[in-house]
Design a binder for this molecule. Structure first.
Ligand code: NAD
Ligand code: MG
Length: 423
């Protein structure tokens, strides 16, 4: 991350680091890259495996090896994914040893490939920090991904970061750890990948980061309609197919709030230098404005395989399984201001990005808890943002917390959110 943050301030460092003086890419003398995919059974995880399989078809001389793959409990899908790889993973990691007895055939199938099957948080941390690993794809959802992402950072890996919640909860801690270990944090989130690509267009630092937001499924809904929105309607995202938590976050716009905080830590710019505009087509993934008011944007059809691949192959650009633009048909690109009255969830992102300290951990925990309760049918859709606002306002802010304190506040905020709804 620090490399990215420094680059945002002085992008010549980024270019210097990756191009030699004649502007050519550095020689890559390795013939294999080992990639640990944490959260391999999810939307980002399965897309990553698709990217890796495709990369191995692009250049058969250079191997991309998914050396470790983790999933929470879905061993059947892990067995299927492991079997579909050219080279089986060295190890497969699941969260819970207790459910191991139920795994039977699937576990035997994984072991028959020559892969180890490990269980529990320690195994996940070991998979993230193993000396053989070159790149860790951090694609576990929520605060559950924090320890393994931190382990990868502390081990000085290239971390392809999808798990934005780690930065929301512990931005300054991750930042310091990157500085110490020399880890390289590359964003997978499409907006942050876009910004990362845009800042490479100039040796001058950007003045503003402009994140785009699709507006989610309720962009044009009234407050009354949103009050009675069901999980099914909130899960029907118009442009992206993603896991359930981030899909609900997109409907409340808290996803964009988390992304404002993520951008603040990744690129080292203050909250006032970050803006959000609504772009329903999800083709402009984000933009950067420079001092002379020139705005540079990154465009591509909405498909996460492109930012995933860029984080893996950076600074190289290789053929990607994501689709090309169909430019034989007319296409519209619309940009609208993000109305703070309509999107109170988004406002929380700016408040928390400005406050820093403990605010991110509290917002993230309250939101994760509220999303779980909404999906379980226990609170209304509009209770999610109101609950987050209340919990944030009832916490006493601390400006420089250690990781243990952040985790303590994570537990407190979850309880506080439940208390608010008497659950
Ligand atoms: P998902 O729900 O599809 O997958 C989540 C993965 O995490 C699964 O592999 C699951 O097994 C694992 N997991 C869940 N709980 C766990 C736990 N307690 N311990 C260990 N593993 C656990 O989610 P997703 O949509 O792939 O999102 C993953 C991350 O990427 C999130 O942080 C999300 O915000 C971010 N992201 C996703 C997208 C997208 O298009 N899906 C885009 C940008 C960023
Ligand atoms: Mg995003």
């Amino acid at each position: 991350m620090n490399r990215i943050r420094e680059s945002a301030r002085s992008p010549e460092k980024l270019l210097d680091a990756n191009l030699n003086q004649t502007g050519h890419l550095p020689e890559d003398t390795r013939s294999c890259k080992n990639v640990a995919v944490l959260g391999a059974t999810g939307s980002i995880g399965t897309a990553t495996i698709d990217v890796v399989n495709q990369l191995n078809r692009v250049d058969p001389e250079f191997r991309w090896h998914v050396c470790a793959a983790s999933g929470h409990k879905n061993i059947s899908l892990l067995a299927e994914l492991a079997s579909g790889l050219d080279l089986p993973p060295d190890r497969v990691v699941l969260s819970d040893r207790k459910s191991a007895h139920a795994f039977g055939e699937d576990e035997a199938r994984i072991r028959s490939l020559g892969s180890r099957v490990d269980f529990g948080p320690e195994a996940l941390i070991s998979a993230a920090s193993d000396a053989s690993v070159d790149i860790v794809v951090a694609a576990i959802v929520g605060r559950a991904g924090l320890e393994s992402t931190m382990a990868a950072v502390e081990a000085g890996k290239r971390v392809a970061l999808a798990n934005k919640e780690t930065l929301v909860v512990a931005g300054p801690v991750v930042s310091r750890a990157c500085q110490q270990s020399g880890a390289e944090l590359l964003p997978i989130d499409s907006e942050h990948s876009a910004i990362f690509q845009c800042i490479q267009s100039s040796p001058c630092p950007p003045k503003k980061l402009i994140l785009t937001a699709s507006g989610g499924p309720f962009r044009n809904w009234t407050q009354a309609q949103m009050d009675v929105a069901t999980p099914k309607s909130a899960l029907a995202h118009p442009t992206w197919k993603m896991g359930p938590k981030i899909t609900i976050d997109s409907a409340t716009m808290i996803n964009k709030a988390l992304e404002v905080i993520e951008a603040r830590w990744l690129f080292g710019l203050p909250a006032e230098a970050i803006e959000v505009v609504v772009h329903p087509q999800s083709i402009i993934h984000s933009m950067v404005e420079f001092e002379d008011s020139s705005v540079i944007a990154q465009l591509s059809p909405p498909d996460m395989r492109l930012p995933i691949q860029y984080a893996l192959t950076y600074p190289r650009r290789l053929p990607c399984p994501s689709p090309d633009f169909d430019r034989t048909k007319p296409w519209d690109l619309t940009l609208e201001p993000a109305d703070p009255e309509r999107f109170p969830g988004l406002q929380l992102g700016f408040e928390v990005a400005a406050a820093g300290g403990t605010a991110g951990a509290v917002l993230n925990a309250a939101n994760e808890e509220a999303v779980g309760l909404f999906l379980a049918g226990k609170i209304r859709f509009t209770d999610i943002v109101v609950g987050c606002q209340d919990v944030l306002r009832s916490h006493s802010h601390e400006s420089d917390p250690a990781l243990d304190r952040l985790l303590e506040l994570d537990r407190w905020a979850r309880k506080e959110l439940r208390n608010r709804f008497k659950l």
